[in-house]
Design a protein around this ligand. Sequence first.
Ligand code: RP5
Length: 173
Amino acid sequence: MADTKPLVGIIMGSDSDWPKINAVAKALDEFGIPHEIGVMSAHRTPEVVMKYASTAIDRGLKIIIAAAGGAAHLAGVCAAHTTLPIIGIPVPTNLQGGLDSLLSTVQMPGDIPVATVGCGMGGPRNAGLLAVQILALADPNLQQALVEYKTKLTQKVAAKNEALQAKIQEEKG
Ligand code: RP5
């Protein structure tokens, strides 16, 4: 039977974040990575976050992915309470597309790293893929799956190029 114990914890500051970041879970699903998902806030429920991060290793998690918007301290607070790698997802807001979230997540002081992905666009998906890549360091099957994924990407882009060339020719008449 497949191992279903979560290896990755996905947490977010509010349920309002979920529609903006759910691509993170889809990326993990693509590679069959068991994960858990929860809402907790660095500001509204600081003790819950502290407990979650400080017990994560004992519960078997290998990576925490933390998404938050605005004064987005969730990833940084997690990083303060665990030695696990933390991936931060800045959630888009109305302030210049989420510049507040981006800077709050990415501008960590030295000594406490948070690997921050882009705000919006491919950011959440990249957070999931980065987690897969970290896990693949100790998992040859996962490494192979990533090689195949990259091969498919190459084929996909080649097909797009071919389609574009055909369109350009057609436009020329
Ligand atoms: C942050 O505040 C959350 O991550 C969310 O992006 C933002 C707004 O939260 P709600 O007011 O929608 O609950 O902590």
